[in-house]
Design a protein around this ligand. Structure first.
Ligand code: ADE
Length: 243
């Protein structure tokens, strides 16, 4: 997959896209990243990319011209799924990320300032938010989207890992706690059940820990999770008040 990012701060992307799993995927030729500086496309003498809002109001608005010219140059007559990162978008979910992972090419516009000239929306297929909070710009959200989508592209994760096999896909529950050596770290002991090799007991402990973590941090997920009678009884013992 090729991913182009349109931004006022292309230097923000280097560390994230060229390091660790994404860097490795790029070296393997599975992913290709290009960050483009919108400012270079400004036709304005001072290379401005923002201006005052018609009708007044606080804050500056990103101008249509540099974004249109940058998008046209990057697409160069080709096609791509074009995404705008904005808190006004639909919320990023694993389902949306999996769908985007099947595209051959994405172009991501990272907005800045108080907002974008509405005519820029003509260039956009999807408006995506990473959550109900507002950041200073779309760059970090673009990196979150890229990382999340990349995990669904075959070959990006190691063969022992899987994008499906984690919290939110773990039967609708949050992940259970994990431990590695040593068994005794400064007097903090790994739970005995994990050391005895009894897989039936280990699976029961992990299931219960997942239930507890979900009850504590995301109780609303329990409404949709497929729960056995034993799960429900365990949750009631630990203060769950539903059903
Ligand atoms: N830009 C600023 N905040 C954002 C958010 N929460 N999601 C996507 N883009 C943003």
């Amino acid at each position: 997959m090729r991913i182009d990012i349109l931004t006022l701060f292309p230097e923000m992307f280097g560390g994230v896209l060229h390091t660790s799993m994404l860097g490795r995927a790029e070296a393997k030729g599975i992913l290709e990243f290009h960050a483009h500086d919108i400012r270079e496309y400004s036709a304005n003498k001072h290379h401005n990319t923002d201006d005052y809002a018609f009708g007044g109001g606080a804050g500056m608005v990103m101008m249509a011209q540099p974004v249109f010219d940058c998008m046209e140059a990057v697409l160069n007559g080709g096609s791509a799924r074009r995404i705008l990162m904005t808190p006004r978008g639909r919320t990023l979910t694993p389902e949306l990320a999996r769908k985007l992972a099947s595209e051959e090419r994405l172009v991501i516009l990272a907005g800045h300032y108080e907002g974008l000239d509405e005519r820029i929306n003509e260039l956009i297929d999807d408006e995506i938010s990473i959550g109900d909070y507002v950041l200073t710009g779309g760059e970090l959200p673009a990196m979150v989207l890229i990382d999340c989508v990349s995990r669904f592209i075959p070959g990006v994760l190691g063969c022992s890992e899987s994008a499906e096999d984690e919290s939110f896909s773990n039967d609708g529950l949050l992940e259970y706690p994990q431990y590695t050596r040593p068994a005794d770290f400064r007097g903090r002991l790994v739970p005995e059940v994990l050391l005895n090799g009894n897989h039936k007991e280990i699976n029961k402990w992990r299931r219960e820990q997942s239930l507890l973590k979900t009850l504590r941090n995301r109780p609303e997920l329990l409404e949709r999770a497929p729960l056995s009678k034993a799960d429900t009884a365990f949750l009631h013992e630990h203060g769950w008040e539903k059903e």
